[in-house]
Every structure is written in C-alpha cells, then in structure tokens.
Design a protein around this ligand. Structure first.
Ligand code: SF4
Length: 94
C-alpha cells in the first residue's frame, strides 16, 4: 500500500494539534495506541467493548487524568479525538 502525501490542510491540522497537545509524561496509555485506537475503530463489537473497558480502566488509574481532561475540555467539540480519552468515551456511535 502506498500512502498519498498529506495535503496542506492536513499538515496544518497536524501542526495545530501537536502545538496544542500537552506533554503528559506520566500518561498510562503511552505505548498503547493500538488499544486506544481499537476503541474507535469498527473492530467487531466484542473486541470494541473489551478494548473500551480496558482503556477506561487504564484512564481511571492514570496519574495524568486531570491534565488530560483539562486538555480535552479545552478543545472545541468538533476537534476532540474519538474513542476513549481522559476516562471518557467520545463521540462513538456504538
Ligand atoms: S487519562 Fe487516559 S487518555 Fe488521558 S493520558 Fe491518561 S491514560 Fe491516556
């Protein structure tokens, strides 16, 4: 599979996100992107529910939960990431 080059709008959005994303050095989800991504991707209902439950459990124990929640609240709703973030399930249809 060949990836298409990102357009200017995508690069601008990524730069904006990178600049506005806080450093969460103690984030418990660090290195677990597959689990957190699986909470928003159609991976099959059982896998999805299991992933969401596990991710929510990790967030509940995360030392960066408060800072993560403040960052999430600072974002306009349309810019908030989907899936499990800051101990919440964001904008998922099922
Ligand atoms: S609260 Fe959850 S999403 Fe936020 S940094 Fe911690 S583990 Fe990651």
């Amino acid at each position: 599979m060949v990836n298409a080059p990102a357009d200017a709008n995508t690069l601008e959005l990524l730069a904006e996100l990178a600049a506005s994303t806080p450093r969460l050095d103690l984030a418990a989800c660090r290195g677990q992107w597959e689990l957190f991504d699986s909470t928003r991707v159609r991976a099959g209902r059982h896998v999805l529910e299991q992933g969401r439950a596990e991710a929510l459990g990790i967030c509940a124990q995360c030392p960066a939960l408060a800072a993560c929640g403040e960052w999430l609240e600072s974002l306009p709703r349309r810019r908030r990431p989907k899936g499990v973030v800051a101990g919440r399930l964001i904008a998922c249809k099922f």
